[in-house]
Design a protein around this ligand. Structure first.
Ligand code: TPP
Length: 325
């Protein structure tokens, strides 16, 4: 199969778009406009690569709350994620019903997810089973944090996908902390390869802070999954560059932990590699950054001015509508 050229500019645009949206979200939170922010800052590297490798026409996604870059790369627009943040009437995810960062958009093949962590792993299996039964192509990508591997759903999903040989790409975004609980207090293994072995699923560990190496690694995995449908477990090593959410201050991390994380910022790593390999010039990067900043200013204003859901629509989009339902 002929390989398409890697579009570094597109990946840089998505990376900067996600990072700058995230920064604006925090500003809106601190300004009292957005009640809650949970951030993918530090998780962006592999997501930007993965978004390029998926085919939205046939693939599906069951993401979790740190996946802003992934959903932006899978059809969500800057405006739609701002409307979601602010629970506005025209929020295409849920009309302002779902908690912010619980994306879901059938038209974009993005499953709405529940707040109990890891439920999306089982939903992904359901979609993959349907694809398989209907003889449709496509893979399902689902993501989760490392602490969430303690949930039963994680193990049920891996076992089910293994037994039924379902094309699910399970991704653990390992930022080595679950809220304020350190890795060593959550699980004993050094990595998650043992789960691959236990459930007889291929396992790969990738540097999720590095766009370029993530692209190479994920490309190979996805090509194999398309050639021969099968589940794969990927552990993406990432960093969490913020507190767990806007509701805590991250003071449980010591200085050494914070320094380590800041040195693994995916934006800096990608910028350095693009420049070193002369794939994008400093001028081009600055131009992209300025354009995106302008776009975000525009979209922020539009989203803030957008209408809130009307009270008499309260019961819409929550339960199936119609008589007797
Ligand atoms: C079943 C369940 N238990 C607890 C919570 C509260 N909670 C939300 S996020 C979170 C931490 C999850 O940590 P991890 O899986 O490592 O993901 P991260 O936030 O680090 O990306 C917890 C405990 C929840 N949403 N669902």
């Amino acid at each position: 199969m002929q390989k398409t050229a890697i579009n570094y500019e597109k990946m840089y645009e998505l990376l900067i778009l996600a990072r700058k949206i995230d920064e604006r979200f925090w500003q809106l939170n601190r300004a009292g406009e957005a009640p809650f922010v949970i951030s993918g800052k530090g998780h962006e590297g592999f997501q930007v690569a993965l978004a390029q490798l998926l085919n939205q026409k046939i693939d599906w996604m069951a993401p979790y709350y740190r996946d802003l870059p992934l959903v932006l790369g899978f059809g969500e627009t800057p405006k739609s994620v701002f409307l979601n943040l602010l629970s506005k009437a025209d929020d295409t995810n849920s009309g302002g019903r779902q908690m912010a960062f619980h994306w879901g958009n059938q038209a974009n093949h993005i499953l709405s997810h529940s707040s109990p962590v890891t439920t999306q792993f089982l939903h992904a299996c359901g979609v993959a089973l349907a694809l398989k039964k209907q003889g449709q192509p496509g893979i399902v990508v689902t993501t989760v944090g490392d602490g969430s591997t303690s949930q039963g759903d994680f193990h049920e999903a891996l076992n089910f996908a293994s037994v039924f040989n379902l094309p699910v790409l399970f991704i653990i975004e390992n930022n080595h902390i679950a809220m304020s609980v350190a890795q060593e207090d959550q699980y004993k293994q050094k990595d998650f390869s043992g789960f691959g072995q236990a459930y007889q699923i291929k396992y790969a560990k990738i540097d999720g802070t590095n766009v370029m190496s993530s692209y190479q690694d994920l490309q190979k995995i996805i090509e194999e999954m398309r050639a021969e449908p099968q589940p794969v477990l990927v552990e993406a090593d990432v960093v969490r560059l913020t507190a767990h959410s806007s509701d805590d201050d991250g003071s449980y991390l010591n200085e050494q932990e914070r320094n380590y994380q800041e040195n693994k910022d995916p934006v800096t790593i990608f910028q350095q590699e693009l420049l070193a390999q002369q794939l994008l010039s400093q001028e081009k990067m600055t131009e992209i950054e300025e354009q995106i900043s302008d776009l975000i200013d525009e979209v922020t204003e539009e989203a803030l001015a957008a209408a809130d859901p009307a009270a008499d629509t309260l019961e819409q989009f929550v339960y199936e509508e119609g008589e007797g339902k």
